[in-house]
Design a protein. Structure first.
Length: 220
């Protein structure tokens, strides 16, 4: 269901939650510093909690689920992803979609964190989008051991008790917009039936997660 561009977005999004350098933090204003600190903290926790090799698939997903809920406004993202079909959906369909979408994102991201290889992120300019400091764009770059840096822009909402990420653009490609286009195509192919998308998401999240801890790699 998720195409090549969607995989690129998901992969880059996860690898950025690793090691963060903030060269401009010292000169940031109070609101800017809050946003930079939010991303820094989320990244540090992702590294310490999601990259260990001695935890099970189920435990990694559980930790990812907590970080996702704390760092991302998944209700807002899910509503945007479903687009016009959100307005047409029943309350039961909305609830199921948000549940399945969260679970799919958790599983995809947890699996990618298990393959962590030491990528780092450098935070750049932090730009307010309004005069009330309620929304920001945060420029960053994924610094890879091999290959050129990957530019990433975060959109962060700051109008609640804690900041929340509502969009991530990797090389100009938005994760929510990518999912929205793909999911809309699935629904349209079935004659506009939302149940077809729900069935596809159920299938993708049906496999039980393992409680088995992977065996340690043999010494070289």
């Amino acid at each position: 269901m998720i195409g090549r561009r969607g995989v690129l977005v998901a992969t880059a999004l996860l690898t950025i939650g690793l090691t963060v350098a903030t060269p401009a933090a010292a000169s940031a204003g109070k609101a800017d510093g809050k946003i930079a600190g939010f991303i820094q903290d989320l990244a540090d926790r992702a590294v310490s909690q999601l990259t260990p090799k001695d935890i099970s698939e189920r435990e990694r997903a559980r930790r990812m689920r907590v970080l996702l809920e704390e760092g991302f406004d998944m209700d807002a993202i899910g509503k945007f992803v479903l687009g016009l079909y959100w307005r047409r959906a029943s309350e039961a369909q909305r609830t199921e979609f948000l549940t399945l979408y969260r679970e799919l994102v958790v599983r995809n991201y947890a699996a990618l964190f298990g393959k962590y290889t030491g990528e780092a992120v450098e935070i750049g300019q932090i730009r307010p989008l309004d005069n009330n400091n309620e929304a920001f764009l945060v420029d960053s770059r994924v610094l890879r051991p091999e290959g050129p840096p990957i530019p990433i822009v975060w959109r962060v909402r700051n109008n609640s008790s804690s900041p929340k990420i509502v969009d991530v653009r990797v090389e100009g490609v938005s994760m929510p917009i990518t999912h929205r286009n793909e999911y809309s195509a699935v629904i349209q192919r079935s004659g506009g039936k939302l149940d077809s998308l729900l069935a596809a998401l159920r299938k993708k999240t049906a496999r039980p997660l393992s409680d088995e801890v992977p065996a340690a790699a043999p010494p070289r």
